[in-house]
Each structure stands twice: as structure tokens, then as C-alpha cells.
Design a binder for this molecule. Structure first.
Ligand code: GLN
Length: 544
């Protein structure tokens, strides 16, 4: 097993996750199986209870684990299916160590960060690295054939107290593995002065901090506004004790999917292959071809899609949706302009036309809590009545059900019990869920099968009648109201296996009205757009 450890310096938000995902893609292009691991040095066991304001989107894996959005980047760039074990937090490690201590497994020793916590970290990295990955289409576990490389991203910035045990653990690991099996990549920032001079001092300092911990980077990836000048590379090489060809220039780009190609041009993959003594097994061009198609679609027809959400001011909380739209646009050869609409802004007004002027599609994404609910419902009414293509996701699906109940099924006070007590709880907890009410405990999470009715839009969208999509919700369509809601073309075209949980809502006769209880955005890949997103954009393109 080969290991590549990715650390970050100077500050957070440099794109360490994208850098690691890009390196993974380049090695995958050469035929290697990549096992990515994200280390989050926070005490939370997972990201499920974290506020998207603080943290960006909560990404959901197939096995139902709620994780940091970097795992979304890994899945999209490397086209892999990850699980709980690929996200290691401080909380996970300490919980395991404390449990072991309680069971008496340390035989009376004083339990300490070194060696007990670091041993736990090392053991976990090694066991995850060795475990086969799931195939994306649920094709079962594929054993590592040929070669496998484990990529470990250590979250946070070198120098943080939180990440110390992890850095110490990988330092020990390096001593225990062969030199040709271990490599360190450090991602730093090269800022510009007002006089447009590139400054290397922050990089020098962060590498110094790393070296004080006994870690010498093999490669330094320098994030900057513009490409690094040759003399700046030379200076970093000299002061940071790396070869000049190992100083990689990673300037800002418009399109994150271009990053692997930029890094390839800088020779990072060749350098890694040489250091790890690996030979390419294959040569895959599909990523480069996809980026080419993206460039072409940037010159294609423009489509304007409105996203009516709650965190409209913080677009990161809808990251996977944005990416899924991009993937669909790449395939359809069009360019999408997103219009972010704060749902609450729609509440006090009847003049929705001005918000949706020139909009060809309306998307209502997932969400929690009552703020903005009525605004989102208004947007759905608008899409339905004005025959604007509509895609509702999770909460967007539940609100579409409420909208139909209120305005088509004549239940004006229909609502969800998530928000208030109502005589017509069309969205409610199912009986088996009642009474269980612990944060993070009762959610329906991850992959579930969805069964699609014959001759429906859903069947045309997916081209099949059984699909698997990822979920993250607590509330459900109340089975007592299904009969009342299904009228005038409104019906549920997808359910779970038992037929009691509603999964897809559509309206016959509308150009495109499609809402899903699941989150199709999490399975979209740059090369394989999610079917509902593709169908939605296609409908938007057809709208005059
Ligand atoms: N708040 C809703 C529920 O818990 C929808 C969740 C979501 O949109 N992810 O069921």
C-alpha cells in the first residue's frame, strides 16, 4: 500500500480538498485504485448535527453517514463510493480509545495521546486503506486489483492544536513504512503584495512549522491568484528543502474540474509516480474530454434557473446541487445562470413576476426549520401555474406536496408537523417514528431503493423502474392523505418497496414538475449527471 498525506498551511479555505481530489483523479487516470480518507480534527463524531452556516453543506454518503463536503469532492473527482470509515474525526478516535479503556484493554496502563491515540489513528488509516471500495452503481465491493494508493487529507491548518495527534501519527507511520511508499504533499498560500509581488514567507513559515513536527513535505502545492514565477519557485524550493520541480503552482481557476489538468501540466503526478516508484497501468483521457466539453458548453445556450432557498447568501450549503446542475449542463452543452432567491423575500409580496423574470426553471432544495417556508410554497405555486419547469428536492418535495394539498386538494391549512400543529398534517412523522426524538437519531439516511410507476415522467427520467438514491430526512408524506392529494394530474410516481413512503411527486400535463423525497444531487458525477437534473435542465432549455 502506498500513502500520500495531504496537509495544509497558512490558512483554511485554500482548496486542500480539491487539491487532494485532483491528485486522486490523476492517479486514477493512470489505472490505480484510490482510497481517499478525510481526517477532521473536530470532536463531533460526524457532521450531521453541524450548522451549514458554519460548515457548508452536509454531504451524505451511500451508507448514510453525514460528512464534510470534501468527501463530495472526492466522490465526484475520483468517481468512487465512500463510507463511514473514510471520514475519521477526533471524536471517532477518542470514542474508540475510551471504549477500549473502559473494557480494560489497555491492561492498567496510563492511556495517553502517544502511543494510544496515535496507535488508534494509524490502525484505522491502515485498515481503511486495505478495505475494498464499493463500486458506484452498487456493484458490490471490488477488491484492489493492480495497485492501490491511499490518500489522506488532514483537515485544518498545520499548527492547530487539534490536528497535532494526527500529524504525529503520520510521522510515526512514515518511519514504519518504506520510503517509496510514503509521500507528503503540503498545500500553502502564496499571496501578492499591493505591488503585485509574490511572497513566499507564509509558505516558509508553515513548512517550518511542519518540519518542527518532524515532517518534511515532498511536494508543496502553492495556491495563488496567478501562476508562480520561476524565481519564486526556486526560492520556495531552497527555503523549504524540496526540489524545484516539486514546487507546484496552483493558480485560481474558474472551473474546479480543470484543477487536475493544471496540476498535471505542473508535473505533480509524474513526480509522485517517480517518488513512489509506480508505473502507469493505463492512460485514461475521459477527464480531459469532459473538461473540453465543459468549455464548449460555456459557449452554449444560456439557461436561467432560480434556486429558492434559505441560505441563499451562503451558496456553499447547496454545493452538491450546484455541481449536479453543472454536470447536467456539460452533457447538454448549455450554460446555466443561477439566480439565488431568498425564500423569505417572496413572503411579503404578490409581485413574484419580478423575481422570476426570464427564469426558465425553479428549484426548491432541501431544508430544515420554518423560516422561508411560505416563500418556497409561493415559488412552487408560481412554477405550477406558470408552467415553469420545477425540481423539488427533499424539503422541496414535501412543500410541493403541501402546495398541492392546499391549492388542488382544497386543504388550505395543510402543513408539515415539523413546523406547527395543523388539522391537516400532510407531512408528518410516520407512526413508527413517533416518540423517538433525539437529534441526529431518527433521520432516514443514505441509500434506499425507490420503485417507479410504469409510464410516468419518473420512468422516462431514469429509464428504469428501480433506482437507488440517497436520503436525508425525518418527515414523510402522511399515508392518510395520499388519496386526497392524488387528483387533477398530481400523483406519486415513486415509492419505497412497501409502497407506504412516497418518494417522487409529479404533475401530468405540466411541462416538467418533478419532486423527490431523496437527494439525487449526491450521486451526480461530472461525467455521469444525475437523471433528474439532466431532465430538468432539458425541460428548462425547451422553455421559451
Ligand atoms: N426537514 C425535512 C425533514 O426532515 C426535509 C429535510 C431535507 O430537506 N433534507 O424531513
Amino acid at each position: 500500500m502506498k500513502y500520500i498525506i495531504v496537509t495544509g498551511g497558512v490558512m483554511s479555505g485554500l482548496g486542500k480538498g480539491i487539491t487532494m481530489a485532483s491528485i486522486g483523479r490523476l492517479l486514477k487516470n493512470r489505472g490505480y485504485t484510490i482510497v481517499p480518507i478525510k481526517i477532521d480534527p473536530y470532536i463531533n463524531i460526524d457532521a450531521g448535527t453541524m450548522n451549514p452556516y458554519q460548515h457548508g453543506e452536509v454531504y451524505v454518503l451511500g451508507d448514510g453517514t453525514e460528512v464534510d463536503l470534501d468527501l463530495g469532492h472526492y466522490e465526484r473527482f475520483m468517481d468512487v463510493e465512500l463510507g463511514r470509515e473514510h471520514n475519521i474525526t477526533t471524536g471517532v478516535i477518542y470514542a474508540a480509545v475510551i471504549e477500549r479503556e473502559r473494557k480494560g484493554e489497555y491492561l492498567g496502563q496510563t492511556v495517553q495521546i502517544i502511543p494510544h491515540v496515535t496507535n488508534e489513528i494509524k490502525a484505522r488509516i491502515r485498515s481503511v486503506a486495505a478495505k475494498p471500495l464499493q463500486g458506484l452503481q452498487g456493484g458490490g465491493a471490488e477488491p484492489h486489483s493492480g495497485g492501490a494508493i491511499c490518500l489522506v487529507e488532514i483537515g485544518g491548518t498545520v499548527g492547530d492544536i487539534e490536528s497535532m495527534p494526527f500529524l504525529e501519527a503520520v510521522r510515526q507511520m512514515q518511519r514504519e513504512e518504506e520510503d517509496t511508499d510514503f509521500l507528503f504533499v503540503h498545500v500553502t498560500l502564496v499571496p501578492f503584495t499591493a505591488l503585485n509581488e509574490q511572497k513566499t514567507k507564509p509558505t516558509q513559515h508553515s513548512v517550518k512549522a511542519l518540519r518542527e513536527l518532524g515532517l518534511q513535505p515532498d511536494i508543496i502545492v502553492c495556491r495563488s491568484k496567478k501562476p508562480l514565477k520561476e524565481d519564486v519557485k526556486e526560492k520556495i524550493a531552497m527555503f523549504c528543502n524540496v526540489r524545484k520541480e516539486a514546487v507546484i503552482s496552483a493558480p485560481d481557476t474558474e472551473d474546479i474540474y480543470e484543477v487536475p489538468l493544471l496540476l498535471e501540466k505542473e508535473g505533480i503526478a509524474e513526480y509522485i509516480m517517480k517518488k513512489l516508484q509506480l508505473a502507469p497501468l493505463t492512460e485514461q483521457q475521459e477527464w480531459a474530454q469532459m473538461v473540453e466539453r465543459r468549455k464548449e458548453s460555456a459557449r452554449g445556450k444560456k439557461v436561467c434557473v432560480a434556486i429558492v432557498g434559505k441560505y441563499a447568501e451562503l451558496e456553499d450549503s447547496y454545493l452538491s446541487i450546484k455541481e449536479a446542475i453543472k454536470h447536467a449542463a456539460t452533457e447538454l452543452g448549455c450554460r446555466v445562470e443561477l439566480r439565488w432567491i431568498e425564500a423569505e423575500d417572496l413572503e411579503g409580496t404578490d409581485r413574484l413576476d419580478s423575481f422570476f423574470e426570464e427564469v426558465q426553471g425553479i428549484l426548491v432544495p432541501g431544508g430544515f426549520g420554518p423560516r422561508g417556508v411560505e416563500g418556497k410554497i409561493k415559488a412552487i405555486t408560481y412554477a405550477r401555474e406558470h408552467e415553469i419547469p420545477f425540481l423539488g428536492l427533499c424539503f422541496g418535495f414535501q412543500l410541493a406536496v403541501i402546495e398541492a394539498a392546499r391549492h388542488i386538494a382544497h386543504l388550505p391549512d395543510a402543513h408539515s408537523t415539523e413546523h406547527c400543529a395543523t388539522p391537516h398534517p400532510v407531512i408528518d412523522l410516520l407512526e413508527e417514528q413517533q416518540g423517538v426524538d433525539e437529534m441526529g437519531g431518527t433521520m432516514r439516511l443514505g441509500d434506499y431503493e425507490v420503485f417507479i410507476r410504469k409510464d410516468t415522467l419518473a420512468e422516462r427520467v431514469y429509464g428504469k423502474r428501480k433506482i437507488v438514491e440517497r436520503h436525508r430526512h425525518r418527515y414523510e408524506v402522511n399515508p392518510a392523505y395520499i388519496e386526497q392529494i392524488e387528483r387533477e394530474g398530481v400523483f406519486f410516481s415513486g415509492t419505497d418497496r412497501s409502497g407506504t413512503r412516497m418518494e417522487i411527486l409529479e404533475i401530468e400535463g405540466h411541462p416538467f414538475f418533478f419532486a423527490t423525497q431523496f437527494h439525487p444531487e449526491f450521486k451526480s458525477r461530472p461525467n455521469k449527471p444525475s437523471p433528474p437534473f439532466k431532465a430538468f435542465l432539458k425541460a428548462c432549455l425547451q422553455k421559451p
